[in-house]
Design a protein around this ligand. Structure first.
Ligand SMILES: [Zn+2]
Length: 287
């Protein structure tokens, strides 16, 4: 169970990892797309299928989740994560640039130097330290960090050489890389998912995301409209029904099922519970 000696703690992994497909050949950088605690909450959730090897916070603290011997579920691909160590970083501010603090950048560089040393990377370069967006249609990591990755590699190589023990922050890059349309869809999904965690404490279902994405794609609304439009009262009721499904039927249920009960009972949670315990599915589970 190996973590870098630079960590100051761990968050639970709940078994969310799998076997590696080969030796570690690179580190992949991600960002939370969140400057609150939502990024960590998703990783630490026992039910959200997302994990990471290392988390780096705004104040520079580094924590571990999945030990390096194992593949974390970060980039959405066994081929990609199977031979990678993954790092998630908390953002300092939101869209469009998704800033990352100097302290976090400094910690990432120290962590990279340590990993490179232990894994025998010749250096940190554009093969050994890469961004999630190089492997998937995503805007992760956001433009601020993405543009600084060459500077982070330099810092890490300097740390490793022992020639730079108190580095200045990475130089400021000048241009913001424009998002492509594909990036934008993925970006909107990340931002909306994040907002659902903040507002409702859970990830959205596809049926909830799809109409929001469609309105965005047609230019009928803005991301801000959609985020503000998440109705916490309705969504929270769905959350409550979702919990009942988990408790009584040992599965989460879907949006159409939750809404079916909410409409049929006038949103009466006692009646919904009675309805579920009276169902054939419940009786099969509790003969
Ligand atoms: Zn990512």
């Amino acid at each position: 169970m190996t973590f870098s000696s630079l960590i100051s703690g761990t968050i639970p992994h709940h078994g969310k990892f799998s076997a590696r497909t080969g030796p570690v050949i690179r580190v992949i950088q991600h960002h939370w797309a969140s400057f609150g605690g939502a990024g960590e909450a998703a990783l630490a959730s026992p039910t959200t299928k997302k994990s990471v090897n290392y988390l780096v916070y705004n104040d520079g603290v580094i924590k571990g989740q999945v030990p390096e011997e194992f593949r974390a579920w970060t980039s959405g691909s066994l081929a990609v994560d199977g031979v990678s160590i993954t790092i998630e970083v908390q953002n300092q501010s939101g869209a469009p640039d998704w800033r990352v603090s100097d302290a976090a950048i400094n910690s990432i560089a120290r962590l990279l130097a340590d990993i490179a040393h232990r894994k025998g990377f010749v250096s940190l370069n554009d093969g050994t330290y890469r961004g999630h967006r190089e492997f998937a249609a995503t805007a992760c990591p956001g433009p601020y960090l993405w543009e600084r990755m060459p500077a982070v590699r330099q810092m890490a190589n300097a740390f490793r050489a022992g020639s730079n023990t108190s580095p200045t922050p990475a130089p400021v890059a000048s241009k913001i890389v424009p998002y492509t349309e594909v990036d934008m869809t993925s970006f909107a999904t990340e931002a909306l998912t994040d907002a659902y965690y903040e507002e409702c404490g859970r990830a959205p279902g596809n049926a909830e995301l799809a109409p929001r994405r469609l309105r965005l794609a047609k230019g009928e609304s803005t991301l801000k409209d959609e985020i503000v439009g998440i109705d916490k009262s309705v969504e929270s009721n769905r959350w409550a029904v979702h919990q009942l499904y988990l408790e009584l039927l040992k599965r989460g249920g879907g949006v159409s099922e939750w809404d079916g009960w909410i409409v049929a009972t006038g949103n009466d949670i006692v009646k919904i519970r009675a309805g579920l315990t009276g169902s054939d599915e419940y009786k099969k589970l509790h003969p």
